[in-house]
Design a protein around this ligand. Structure first.
Ligand code: SF4
Length: 332
């Protein structure tokens, strides 16, 4: 989907006190980058240091593009597919769904088709279970922008910071009660661990997904959007079984990556807890900008994957973005 660049032009990650633009906060900049490591956020977002594009990123984009277009093209096929499912003709229903997929610009080489097929299979199950009326999404890759002000206590004073919240919601559906359920598509791994006789979902993964979904829920509220009555959220991992992970976790439990659909209410205590969590993250981000202090939070596991390890002060690096930039240009 084409981005609304005019909105993004009003904000920046290079914000500092007195800047004429808003400070931009997106779901991935806050709940992925800053939460992962403030120092890595500083290099990536504030200093705009380049990073290599990875296969998982390309695959994620290709699968998202295909599924977005699928939901546009599938409209004339939904009733027929439902009738076929009811008649126990699932293969024919799948063939119909496949017709709604776009032709990729380049042939898929990263397992995209398997992920898409898996996603469509899950959607056939949903169509059969829920029926035709609520099958189509009311949100399909919805880009949202909210311009607001945040107040934060800093050095005994209340400081006001203009903030641009932005994000793209994958999908939203009507619940049976008429409220809204948000659904996020992920093409990465979903880890389960064998505890006793049960395969248990990764608690870390569940919490991080809830945090992401809460960002979207808040964004809809900030926009005073017609779909802000979000009572449920969920996520779908259709590629989990394609991803190999070590057979044992670092705690000595057997583990595997699987496909997964998750769906749950997000009102009451859950809403309060994750709303507070987003608030804490935003306050920490604003404080980092006000103090110009983005602390590294190193760990062997995550730093092994970090592009900026060579200059990171946690690994006795120079903390000099120019050193990284020069090395990048020399390799190009
Ligand atoms: S190497 Fe580790 S601590 Fe340093 S920026 Fe990267 S993730 Fe953060």
């Amino acid at each position: 989907m084409a981005r609304d660049f005019k909105q993004y032009a009003k904000s920046t990650y290079q914000w500092e006190p007195g800047h004429k633009k808003h400070l931009r906060i997106t779901k991935s900049s806050l709940t992925s980058d800053f939460d992962y490591c403030p120092k890595s956020y500083e290099y990536k977002r504030k200093h705009k240091l380049p990073e290599p594009q990875t296969d998982p990123m390309i695959k994620g984009t290709n699968v998202h593009d295909a599924i977005e277009e699928f939901y546009v093209n599938v409209v004339p096929y939904v009733q027929k597919a439902y009738d076929l499912l009811k008649a126990n003709k699932r293969d024919e229903a799948m063939e119909l769904f496949q017709k709604a997929l776009p032709e990729p610009d380049e042939p898929y080489v990263l397992g995209e088709q398997a992920s898409i097929d898996s996603r469509l299979g899950m959607d056939l199950d949903r169509l059969l279970g829920d029926g035709v009326t609520r099958y189509l999404p009311i949100i399909n890759e919805l880009e949202l922008h909210a311009f607001t002000e945040e107040n934060i206590e800093f050095n005994g004073e209340t400081v006001t910071i203009p903030v641009h919240y932005a994000g793209m919601i994958d999908r939203g559906f009507r619940t049976p009660e008429g409220s809204v359920a948000l659904m996020e598509l992920k093409t990465g791994k979903w880890v389960k661990t064998l505890k006793g006789a049960d395969w248990v979902d990764s608690d870390f993964k569940v919490k991080s997904m809830r945090t992401e979904m809460m960002f979207y829920k808040k964004l809809l509220q900030l926009c005073d959007h017609e779909y802000q009555d979000v009572t449920h959220w969920g996520w779908v991992y259709p590629s989990g079984d394609q991803i190999e992970i070590p057979a044992m976790s670092k705690y000595g439990y057997e583990q595997k990556s699987t496909n997964r659909i998750w769906y749950e209410p997000c009102t009451g205590r859950r809403n309060t807890d994750y709303s507070k969590k987003i608030r804490r993250m935003v306050d920490a981000l604003l404080t980092a900008y006000l103090t110009d202090n983005f602390e590294p939070t190193p760990s062997q596991g995550k730093c092994a994957w970090c592009s900026f390890k060579d200059i990171c002060p946690a690994w006795e690096g120079s903390d000099d973005p120019e050193e990284y930039r020069k090395a990048w240009e020399a390799e190009a």
